[in-house]
Write a protein that binds this ligand. Structure first.
Ligand SMILES: C[S@@+](CC[C@H](N)C(=O)[O-])C[C@H]1O[C@@H](n2cnc3c(N)ncnc32)[C@H](O)[C@@H]1O
Length: 285
């Protein structure tokens, strides 16, 4: 298992693997080889005891709404190309029939994902899909430009659905905003839909977040978190966005709030563009 920030990809994968139905991700379980799963489970348990026991809920819900938004974007235009920044072990390119996808992560993680995807495709666990795995540091301007160029080449004029899930808070504030807004440079008109998860500035005093930062500090994960505001993201996308938080998502997918936001990582998903209607249902309840 990788140390540092890549470790978070294993943690959230375990969270989704614990709630495959809620996450609508039956593939989550497959990403970590059986031999490594006990170590990942032990790490998850340690995190649950030290920080909060509901990461499975928060991660499954954010993944679920993003999957719904992507399904709506694909239904609106089946030529839509998927781009995921900080992809970790998320499964979207194999859950939905996008004609092409680009997944971006730090080089070691992108290589590990590519290797595992090849193994799982050969075994028939994953359907064959056109997925480009690009190693890049999203905290570096030159790498972001490389990502934007790769997207333009892959999309070749087709609409783009852009996902940034579970990564913005690990980047310094300026870089985080640049990554959230990267979709604007994906060809004429920018990304058709963007779904970006983030921690709202208003939630920066969260007790759970404080415990999380303390736990990560001993594990080479950047200790400083970055936060965004709805206004900052709206300005970046250049159009209104739908913003849904953990309580909105519980209402939508669980029929009511089972765990209040004060006991959760306060992660919100901002959706702008064609798939925003999918998130609108989450707001309406
Ligand atoms: C919490 S995981 C989320 C993974 C995936 N999006 C998901 O929801 O399962 C954060 C991911 O962001 C990646 N990441 C963190 N900092 C990064 C950076 N500077 N450049 C590229 N990827 C980064 C990590 O390697 C990891 O895969």
């Amino acid at each position: 298992m990788h140390g540092g920030v890549a470790l978070t990809a294993y943690l959230v994968n375990e969270s989704r693997a614990r709630r495959p139905d809620l996450a609508a991700d039956p593939l989550a379980q497959a990403w970590i080889p059986e031999a490594d799963r006990p170590g990942v489970r032990a790490l998850w348990q340690e995190y649950a005891e030290a920080v909060y026991p509901h990461d499975d809920l928060v991660v499954a819900l954010r993944g679920r709404v993003i999957a719904d938004v992507l399904a709506a974007a694909l239904a609106a235009d089946p030529a839509t190309v998927l781009v995921v920044c900080g992809a970790g072990f998320s499964s979207y390119p194999w859950l939905l029939p996008f004609p092409a996808a680009l997944e971006v992560d730090l080089p070691a993680m992108a290589e590990a994902k590519q290797r595992r995807a090849e193994e799982l495709t050969a075994a028939g666990t994953l359907p064959a899909r056109e997925v480009v795995h690009l190693g890049a540091d999203l905290g570096a301007e030159a790498d972001r430009a490389r990502v934007a160029a790769a997207v333009r080449e892959l999309a070749a004029g087709r609409p783009v659905a852009y996902v940034v899930e579970g990564v913005l808070f690990y980047l310094p504030p300026r870089d985080a905003l640049a990554v959230a807004g990267l979709g604007a440079g994906f060809g004429a008109g920018g990304a058709a839909v963007s779904a970006v998860s983030y921690w709202p500035a208003a939630a920066s005093g969260s007790r759970v977040l404080e415990a999380q930062r303390a736990w990560f500090r001993g594990r080479q994960v950047p200790p400083e978190a970055s936060y965004q505001t709805n206004a900052e993201l709206t300005a970046l996308f250049g159009r209104p966005l739908r913003d849904v938080g953990p309580e909105d998502l519980q209402r939508r997918y669980l029929g009511g709030v089972k765990v209040p936001e004060s006991e959760l990582i306060p992660e919100y998903v901002a959706v702008a563009g064609a798939g925003a209607a999918g998130a609108a249902g989450a707001v309406a309840g």
